[in-house]
Ligand binder design. Sequence first.
Ligand SMILES: [Zn+2]
Ligand SMILES: [Zn+2]
Ligand SMILES: [Zn+2]
Length: 269
Amino acid sequence: MDDVRATLLGTSHAWPLPEPGCGCDQCTASREDAGKRRTRSGFLIQTPAGNALLDAGPDVWQQFEREKLKPEVALVVISHHHDDHVLGLRDLCIMNGRHRRVLPVHCGPVTERLIRATFAGLLREGQERIRFVPWETGSRIELGAVCIEGFETHHRADAPTTAFLVHVPRAEGVVRIAYATDMGSALPEPVERLRGVDLFIGDGTYLGEGNDKHPGTDRMIAIARELRAKRIAVTHVGHWGVDCDTARRLLPPDVAICRDGDDVLSLLA
Ligand SMILES: [Zn+2]
Ligand SMILES: [Zn+2]
Ligand SMILES: [Zn+2]
C-alpha cells in the first residue's frame, strides 16, 4: 500500500514558460527561479506493476532528466492529438528503448492518424517501436491495483479529447483523481463517475474568463465544484502575465496551482 507515485512532469499550456522574448512578471520570475518554469503537459504514474505516462509532450526528455527518473514506461496514453500532448513520442520511445522496444500507445483514431503522419520512423514495417491500443471515453487500463479511466471533456469538436480518472489505492482507501488538462466549458462526462472525486486537476490555460475550448479558471473551478470535488488544482497554466503571488490572490484560497514536479498525492493532504 502507498507504493504508488504520481508526478506532474509538466504543467504549462501549449507553450513552455518563460516564453522567449517576453518580459512579463510571470516570464521574468520563471527566468530567475527554475522552480517557476513550466513545461508541456505530462503526468507520470509509477506503480509496482509498471509506469504509465499520460501525454507525451515535446519536453518529455527534459522532464525525465529534471526529475531524475528512470526512463521506464510500460505504456503511454494520449488525451488528444494537439502538439503539446504528443510531440514527445519519438524521444520517449528512444529513452524507453532499453526497457521496452515496442511501446503501447493508447489513443483515439484522430490521434493515431496524426502519429502515423508525424512519426513514420516509429512505424517502419518490421521495426515498429509503437503499438496502438484504442482509447476513448469509458476505456480502462489496470496497472496492478491502479486503474486509469478515460472521460470526455468536450475540449474541441475537431479534437476529441479524453481526460483521465485515476484510482489509486492508499492505506486509507482508494482515492480518485480527475486530470483534465484541456477541456471545454461543458460538464465532463460521465458526470456520475466524476462526482465527489478526491482531487480535480483542471484546465488553467486562461486565468479568469476563457472560451468554449478552454473554460478559464472561473468556469473550471465552477465545474469542479459542481462535481463536488473534494480538492481542486489548476494545471495547463497559460501565459497569465502575472507573478505567482498575484495569481495566488486571484484564485480562491482552496484551489492549488500546480507546478512542474508536483507530487499529486501530496495535493490530497
Ligand atoms: Zn494542451
Ligand atoms: Zn510572459
Ligand atoms: Zn488541446
